[in-house]
Design a binder for this molecule. Structure first.
Ligand SMILES: [Fe+2]
Ligand SMILES: [Fe+2]
Length: 283
């Protein structure tokens, strides 16, 4: 089968390697979540957080079949491999949220209108649009997960901080995919795509602020503050993802993949930070 070769700087093997190495890191981080600690949250906060986590649990549980079938048209098996591993990380987040829901005695959702809208939008569009929607969802969710990471409940705190360590890299992954996808698109086309993405991001941040507002307040975050900060996170990613700034970000995850292969493996910088965060969460 003929394969389209990409310039060396754009090979996705750094991402496949990162996701592979992350499996072992997850095992070490997941045991730091203090599942046996009882929740001292007031009942209203438990209900608000459970309703919110139900939607995230559902939203991150997808198998990414549409995304993968669009990606296969690029005839890049290394990219496919990275994408499969990325989807597996999202499913792990879903499993963590499901475990947090079970601890609260809450059921998992089987459907939700925000999830249905997200899925329909993704199915209608091409690969770049689908990746853009992931970038919007992840940059917008960052601020919310950070608030959950400050919850007075040790398990919510631990799950959120564990998920955040992945999401930071997922945003880089989406930016890298979009930079490759828009490599040969004229500036006018990239400006149009960025403007459309901004409109969707404003709508998404508004829906999340309203839909998850009670859970945000339970973690000390005002929905309006969330809205501003969520769009600021997205705004930082836009010039990089749509190639609208002169800055050329380093392709790949924030930690160099070589650390995974050194004879005496050094601790992954992100792992060290995450373990520290999780230790604080246990306190
Ligand atoms: Fe996630
Ligand atoms: Fe993610």
């Amino acid at each position: 089968m003929q394969q389209h070769r990409r310039p060396q700087t754009y090979t996705f093997d750094v991402w496949a390697t990162y996701f592979e190495a992350n499996l072992e890191r997850h095992e070490r981080l997941d045991v730091l979540i203090p599942w046996d600690r009882i929740s001292l949250l007031p009942g209203a906060d438990v209900i608000a957080l459970a309703r919110s986590l139900q939607k995230f649990e559902l939203g991150e549980s997808g198998e990414g079949a549409g995304l993968r079938s669009k990606a296969r048209k690029r005839h890049d098996p290394v990219y496919d491999d990275a994408l499969v591993r990325f989807i597996a990380e999202e499913q792990k987040h879903s499993a963590l949220f499901a475990a947090a829901l079970a601890r609260f005695g809450a059921e998992r959702l089987t459907s939700d209108w925000t999830d249905r809208v997200f899925v329909v939008l993704r199915r209608l569009m091409g690969l770049r649009t689908e990746v853009t929607l992931f970038l919007i969802a992840e940059t917008v969710a960052m601020e919310y997960f950070e608030a959950l990471g400050r919850s007075s409940d040790p398990v919510i705190r631990g799950v959120a901080r564990r998920v955040l360590t992945d999401e930071v890299e997922h945003i880089r992954f989406q930016i890298d995919q979009l930079r490759v996808g828009f490599e040969h698109t004229p500036r006018a086309g990239r400006l149009f795509a960025a403007a459309a993405a901004w409109m969707v991001a404003v709508g998404a941040a508004t829906v999340v602020a309203v839909d998850h507002g009670a859970a945000m307040r339970a973690c000390g975050l005002r929905p309006l503050t969330f809205w501003h900060r969520a769009l600021r996170h997205f705004g930082r990613a836009v010039p990089l993802a749509f190639r609208l700034s002169r800055e050329t970000p380093t392709f790949g995850p924030s930690a160099p993949p070589s650390v995974f292969f050194s004879p005496a493996p050094k601790e992954h910088a992100v792992t060290t930070a995450a373990a520290g965060m999780l230790e604080q969460a246990r306190g």
